[in-house]
Write a protein that binds this ligand. Structure first.
Ligand code: 0X9
Ligand code: ZN
Length: 435
C-alpha cells in the first residue's frame, strides 16, 4: 500500500524466509514459538492499564502493509513514503507484530481503551445546549450530540428538519438533518450537499465538526444576508453515521473504529468505509473479519451503509459531499480505489486547492490535498468514490486535526480550531456547488 509501487524482493532481509505462502511465520522463529507464546500468555494475564502503548511499525512495502492491515492489530494511520505506521498496542500485540515479521519502535504510553469510559460514566445529555460554547470545548456523547441537533431543530424549525434514514445493527436510528429554506412545491429539484460524521467511531472530533457546521448553517439561514445557501440548495448532515460504534468507543473501547456487526467467526465489526459499492473488495480493504478494514461479506452488507446509500439516492441530486474523518489534515478526492485519474481530476485538484486556502484562513494550518490513492493510500469501498461514481458529486474525505501527535485523542483545546477549519472548508464547497 502506498505511493512506492516497486517490487520488493524480500521484505524480511536475509534473516527470515517463508517456506510457504500459507504460513506467514518465519522459519527460524517457529521453534521459539512455544516458549514465546507461554511468555506472552503470562504477560497478558498480568496486563494492566500501563500495558497499552503506541508503537511505530516499520512497513517496507505494499505487501507488508496489506499483511498488517489483514491482521487484527489496531493501526492508527498509514503514510506511504515514510515507510511505517503507528499501532495502538495492547497486551500480546508486540508478540503478534514479531510473529508477522515487523520491526517496531516504542513511541509512548497510551491509556487503556476502557479508561475513558470509567472516567465519563456520569455524563448525561443535559448540557447539550446550542447557546453555550460547551460543544467547542469538550467531546459530546451520542446522546448529547443528538440532543444538540434536536435543540437546533426546535430553535430553527423553519430551516432545520430531520429524517430517519435507517437503523443500525443494534437498532439505533440513524438521522439526517436538513438545513435549508423550506421546499417549494413544484419548484426546481434541490441540489443537495451531504456531510456525514462519525462513520469511524473513534474519530470523535468529526462529531464536534458536525455540530458546529449544523449550528452555523442554521444561524446563517435565519440571517439571510449571511447565508451561503442558494435557493434550492440544502445541506444534509448525518451527525452519527455509526451510532453503535460511537457509543462503544465511549463505553468500552476508545479505539473502536468499525460498526458492531457480529461476524460469523465471532469477531465484531465491519469497516463501513470499506463497505460501499465502488471498487468494493479491492486493495486497501481486507477479507479478514478481525481486520480494522474488514470490508464485510458484500458491498452494502451493513445497514449503516445502506442507510447512507438509499438516503442519497432518495435525494435525486447530490452536488457535493464530505465525509469527515480524523486525523492527518488532508483533503482527499476520488479515486481512492484506483490510481487512475477521475474524469474530473483537474476540477477536483483546483477545488481542493481552493478548499485548502479556505481552511488555512482561520488558524494558518495547511491541509494537504490530492487524490486519495496517491495522497495517502489505496482504499476500496470508501464513501466519496461511491458519491462521485453515482452522482458525479464533488466528493471529499476530509481528515481533520491533528498531524498525528495526539491522533484520535485530540486534546479538547483543539476542538474549536478544528471546527473553524471544517466550517471554512464547508463554506467554500457550498459556495461552489450549483443550485
Ligand atoms: O482509511 C480510511 O477509511 C480513511 N482514513 S482513516 O484514518 N480516518 O481511517 C481515509 C479514506 C480515504 N481515502 C483513501 N484512503 N484513499
Ligand atoms: Zn476515519
Amino acid at each position: 500500500m502506498g505511493r512506492a509501487r516497486k517490487s520488493y524482493e524480500n521484505p524480511y532481509g536475509r534473516r527470515w524466509q517463508f517456506d510457504t505462502v500459507r504460513c506467514k511465520i518465519p522459519v527460524p522463529m517457529r521453534h521459539r514459538l512455544a516458549t514465546v507464546f507461554v511468555l506472552a500468555a503470562a504477560a497478558t494475564a498480568w496486563a494492566t492499564a500501563s500495558d497499552w502503548s503506541r508503537l511505530h511499525v516499520h512497513v517496507p512495502d505494499d505487501a507488508a502493509m496489506q499483511r498488517l492491515l489483514d491482521s487484527d492489530l489496531n493501526i492508527m494511520q498509514c503514510h506511504p513514503g515514510c515507510g511505517g505506521t503507528d499501532v495502538i498496542a495492547g497486551p500480546g500485540d508486540e508478540f503478534k507484530l514479531r510473529m508477522l515479521g515487523f520491526d517496531f519502535t516504542y513511541v509512548g504510553p497510551m491509556a487503556a481503551p476502557d479508561a475513558w469510559a470509567k472516567s465519563q460514566i456520569n455524563r448525561t445529555a443535559a448540557n447539550a445546549s446550542i447557546q453555550s460554547d460547551e460543544y467547542r470545548n469538550r467531546y459530546f456523547t451520542a446522546d448529547e450530540i443528538l440532543t444538540f441537533f434536536e435543540n437546533l431543530r426546535t430553535t430553527y424549525p423553519v430551516f432545520v428538519t430531520r429524517r430517519q434514514i435507517g437503523t443500525s445493527i443494534n437498532s439505533e436510528p440513524i438521522w439526517a438533518y436538513r438545513f435549508g429554506r423550506p421546499l417549494r412545491t413544484g419548484g426546481q429539484p434541490e441540489n443537495n450537499i451531504v456531510f456525514i460524521n462519525l462513520i469511524h467511531a473513534r474519530e470523535w472530533v468529526s462529531g464536534s465538526v458536525g455540530m458546529h457546521i449544523g449550528l452555523r448553517a442554521a444561524q446563517t439561514l435565519s440571517a439571510p444576508q449571511q447565508t451561503p445557501f442558494l435557493p434550492n440548495q440544502a445541506l444534509w448532515i448525518v451527525p452519527i453515521t455509526n451510532p453503535d460504534g460511537y457509543r462503544f468507543s465511549w463505553t468500552n473501547d476508545r479505539y473502536w473504529r468499525k460498526n458492531r456487526r457480529r461476524n460469523s467467526g465471532g469477531s465484531f465489526g465491519v469497516d463501513l468505509n470499506r463497505n460501499f459499492g465502488t471498487g468494493w473488495g479491492g486493495g486497501g480493504s481486507s477479507g479478514n473479519q478481525s481486520s480494522l478494514i474488514y470490508r464485510g461479506t458484500a458491498a452494502f452488507s451493513e445497514p449503516e451503509s445502506v442507510a447512507i446509500r438509499d438516503f442519497a439516492i432518495s435525494l435525486g441530486r447530490v452536488g457535493a459531499y464530505i465525509d469527515f474523518h480524523s486525523f492527518s489534515q488532508l483533503i482527499l478526492w476520488p479515486w481512492s480505489y484506483t490510481s487512475n485519474r477521475a474524469a474530473d481530476w483537474q476540477a477536483f485538484d483546483a477545488q481542493g486547492r481552493r478548499m485548502q486556502t479556505a481552511i488555512r484562513q482561520p488558524w494558518g494550518v495547511t491541509y494537504t490535498q490530492g487524490q486519495g490513492f496517491q495522497t495517502i493510500y489505496q482504499a476500496s469501498g470508501v464513501t466519496p468514490d461511491w458519491f462521485y461514481d453515482r452522482f458525479r458529486a464533488s466528493a471529499y474525505t476530509i481528515e481533520l486535526r491533528d498531524d498525528g501527535t495526539f491522533g484520535f485523542e485530540l486534546p479538547a483545546d483543539q476542538i474549536r480550531p478544528t471546527q473553524d477549519e471544517a466550517w471554512a472548508g464547508a463554506l467554500q464547497l457550498i459556495a461552489e456547488t450549483p443550485r
